[in-house]
Design a protein around this ligand. Structure first.
Ligand code: ZN
Length: 90
């Protein structure tokens, strides 16, 4: 089984249990952060971080800048809002 690890709490599980946060490089070398559900099986290029679909996990990751460290790029408040509302919709 191909296990993934949550960047926040370190829980290991099947990748379908997590939400996926992707860093996609733009032509001007800036980055776009995408949040998606693995269930749709869409392949996304670029660095990927996995996070439990759980607000407490998200809040901890935000507080400790875990996603920024993992994806090696800045994550603005708008992107955090986007991830938060994504989790709320699950
Ligand atoms: Zn977690």
């Amino acid at each position: 089984m191909n296990l993934r690890k949550c960047v926040s709490c370190g829980k290991r599980s099947d990748k379908f249990d997590f939400i996926r946060i992707n860093r996609i490089k733009n032509k001007d070398s800036s980055f776009t952060i995408c949040v998606s559900n693995i269930g749709n099986r869409r392949y996304v290029e670029g660095r990927t971080a996995y996070l439990c679909s759980d607000l407490s996990c998200f809040n901890l990751a935000k507080k400790k800048s875990r996603l920024e460290k993992n994806l090696k790029c800045k994550i603005g408040p708008k992107v955090y809002d986007e991830i938060e509302s994504f989790i709320n919709k699950i």
